[in-house]
Design a protein around this ligand. Sequence first.
Ligand code: NAP
Length: 259
Amino acid sequence: MDMGLKGKRALVCASSKGLGLGCARALAAEGVHLVMNARGQDALDAAADTIRAEFGVEVATVAADITTKSGQAAVLEAAGDLDILVTNAGGPPPGVWSDWDRDDFINALDANMLTPIALMKAVLPGMMARGWGRVVNITSQSVKAPIPALGLSNAARTGLTGYVAGTARQVAGKGVTINNLLPGIHATDRAVQLDTGVARAQGITMQEAREQRFATIPAARYGTADEFGAACAFLCSQHAGFIVGQNLLLDGGAVNATL
Ligand code: NAP
């Protein structure tokens, strides 16, 4: 299927690895020129070089912490007029409800709610004026089904979800869609970290830790960054203009819910 995206311009935040990289690659495969971002320069440069060589699109890179005002200003300046925004950043640390104080919440809100909101506020006026735009926010399955140890993430991402629900309906009439992608467990560095912790704590092998987790997922495996990126590219495509303010779970069926 032709996504109708050739020649569009996208900013993909936090995209040197994992799900952000999956989105960047899928958009590049459709002929989209990219601005990619991450804090670490080396992995970012390596990812950008691979994408340029593989897909022949223009790729600019901005090494910056997207959760800071200066980082946001730097990526927005490099991006200029954008057709597509994919927001993403690292997730907050795990813990227990009684651990977290005001500063922990402010940090989580900054990273996983206020940063995507600031980026949307910056790019939406231009998209609306040009009559076309796509925003995809990478959130988490924790928005639909809370992960108790990730209370900071549950809280911040749900706040973003509420903002998107209203805002998406305010901008849709100008040809701009905003939707959220909700990852369940995917085979990225983060899954390796989680499995390493389980293997150490239980004195089992990594493969055993993985199989334990697979047993909680009806698809009996982890998702891939390529699959995730393909969903992102479709939400950004010309075919998805009537999909507004939705929350799409990519979790292999892990959230046991009818709707
Ligand atoms: P990942 O494989 O660890 O990759 C994270 C990427 O984001 C890297 O490129 C990293 O590069 C960049 N990054 C992190 N913090 C950043 C910041 N402050 N500013 C700019 N770039 C930043 O993670 P992932 O698995 O793709 O996860 C992406 C998001 O989805 C996270 O918020 C995660 O919590 C959420 N999520 C993931 C899963 C999963 O199973 N993978 C499930 C649910 C939710 P640098 O470190 O160099 O900055």
